[in-house]
Design a protein around this ligand. Structure first.
Ligand code: SF4
Ligand code: SF4
Length: 82
């Protein structure tokens, strides 16, 4: 037996929200994200480009000096009532 299931953590559906009013376009989240989830737009504001790559390490949320990023795990079984 030589299985190693922990090579890459399982990716769970995640909701990544950037509060545009609070973001000051410092680029820290873009630099710290180990998965390249964000890309900067033409003024340096982070765009969530590849949310499916997110491993929920929370670095962006923790490092953002303006608390502008929120990482939430999507609830798969939540009924859609909206
Ligand atoms: S770290 Fe926060 S303030 Fe800086 S670019 Fe990212 S979201 Fe904006
Ligand atoms: S939680 Fe981690 S992997 Fe996901 S967007 Fe933030 S820094 Fe990138």
């Amino acid at each position: 037996m030589s299985e190693n299931p922990q090579v890459d953590p399982p990716k769970r559906p995640v909701l990544i929200t950037v509060n545009e009013k609070w973001c000051k376009k410092c680029g820290i989240c873009i630099s710290f994200c180990p998965k390249g989830v964000f890309i900067p737009d033409d003024v340096g504001k982070p765009i969530v480009k590849s949310p499916e790559q997110c491993i929920q390490c929370m670095l962006c949320e923790i490092r953002c000096p303006d608390f502008a990023i929120e990482i939430e795990e999507k609830k798969k079984d939540r009924p859609t009532t909206e």
